[in-house]
Write a protein that binds this ligand. Structure first.
Ligand code: SF4
Length: 404
């Protein structure tokens, strides 16, 4: 296949060219018509061969440099990310495992529990989400009031007893404007979770600088706000809040000294190029997210993406492995959709750099692998739960300074 399609690589867009050049694969967005033209296009096989060989050499060099790095870098070009992302998968996973062992203890995986502290009634239109009011007719999900501080802390206590070291609280809100009482309660929840010795994380939609400061003062460890996908594909998924608004919230979080948790969802209908775009966005932030959740879409009937086919496992693995190489110190979390992954697939992800999972009774509105199931899996694979605060505060230079 590669030989037959090679001449056409000069006709496609720059991004496609870069991607194809990296490994000589077929660009995801290239049409069948374009491919057909390609086969019959005249070419000079010798010079094509040379170009291909130069590109492969360059992409190998980019990978080697990335794997040899002793500290995270923030100046990735999209082309460099493509060169890494499109490596042959086995090679990519192997190199990611090498980086993982240098920056992390490969036998440790963090257990996190995510509780929905305010279900449904959200005014946003995220096409994958059961909690949007726009899809309520189809999903039948009823909005609930905010959970009490006591009930949340009780859930956190149970999570801790079962081995979770990070407790995340999610509220289905667009933003925190006019929610002074709720913010006060959430700060109590955060403080209560921290008092148990756990990391605390919240996801409350958009927040401003002042709200971020208040949450920091309450002891918040991390704030989750996913960018979801690439800047280009994002408008196909959400129309009620822009990509830049998401990045602005991440800026407030970072400026307040709270760790940023921001990741993506695979299986929304995006292409591989969009996954490269997602990785480019998060890896070129002023500092890498402390946490990068990788979700596999769980299609929910009644939402616009309710009929999407499942994402291939290889796409999950490729994204995790590339993320590990590009953001070596970040905690990579297998988030929604883990329930659909076989145990050996999960193990492959742990090998290639994933080092956190969500566990417990439920993950927001989707099914979640339970604590007992995960404990049994850890036993079979020789994994152990990561302690709280193990990786926090890791910044560029820490690895070189021997702090990991
Ligand atoms: S993903 Fe969050 S912001 Fe989007 S609709 Fe669901 S609850 Fe609202």
């Amino acid at each position: 296949m590669r030989v037959a399609f090679r001449p056409a690589l000069r006709r496609v867009t720059g991004t496609q060219l870069t991607r194809a050049a990296c490994i000589g694969n077929f660009p995801a967005r290239m049409s069948t018509a374009a491919a057909a033209q390609t086969v019959s296009s005249p070419a000079n096989p010798a010079s094509d061969e040379l170009l291909d060989s130069e590109r492969r050499q360059r992409s190998r060099q980019i990978l080697q440099n990335a794997v040899a790095a002793t500290a995270p870098r923030h100046d990735w070009t999209r082309e460099e990310i493509s060169a890494i992302f499109y490596q042959p998968l086995m090679e990519l996973a192997y190199q990611a495992a090498t980086v993982h062992r240098r920056f992390h203890n490969p036998s440790e995986v963090q257990l996190c529990t995510l509780m929905n502290i305010k279900t449904g009634g959200c005014t946003e239109d995220c096409s994958y989400c059961a909690q949007s009011t726009r899809y309520q007719k189809g999903t039948g999900l009823e909005a609930k009031r905010v959970e009490t501080v006591e009930s949340v802390l009780e859930a956190a206590r149970i999570a801790k007893e079962n081995g979770s070291t990070r407790f995340c609280m999610g509220a289905a809100w667009r933003d925190m404007r006019g929610r002074k009482n709720s913010l006060r309660n959430i700060k109590d929840m955060v403080a209560g979770v921290r008092a148990m010795g756990m990391e605390s994380c919240v996801t409350l939609g958009m927040i401003d600088a002042e709200q971020a400061k208040e949450l920091k003062e309450a002891g918040l460890t991390a704030y989750n706000h996913n960018v979801d996908t690439s800047r280009e594909f994002y408008p196909s998924v959400i129309s009620t809040r822009s990509y830049d608004e998401r990045l602005k919230t991440l800026g407030h979080v970072r400026d307040a000294g709270i760790n940023v948790c921001s990741g993506g969802i695979l299986g929304l209908g995006e292409t591989s190029e969009d996954r490269v775009g997602l990785l480019h966005t998060v890896s070129t932030l002023p500092s890498h997210p402390e946490s990068f959740p990788v979700n596999a879409l769980v299609p929910i009937k009644g939402t616009p993406l309710g009929d999407r086919p499942p994402i291939e496992f290889t796409s999950m693995l490729r994204t995790i492995a590339a993320a590990r190489i590009i953001m070596p110190a970040t905690i990579i979390r297998i988030a929604a959709g883990r329930k659909t992954m076989a145990e050996d697939q999960q193990a492959m992800c742990f090998m290639a750099g994933a080092n956190a999972i969500f566990t417990g009774e439920k993950m927001l509105t989707t099914e979640c692998n339970g604590w007992d199931e995960d404990a049994a899996m850890f036993g079979r694979w020789g994994l152990q739960p990561m302690k709280s605060f193990r990786k926090l505060g890791l910044r560029a230079g820490d690895v070189a300074a021997g702090q990991v």
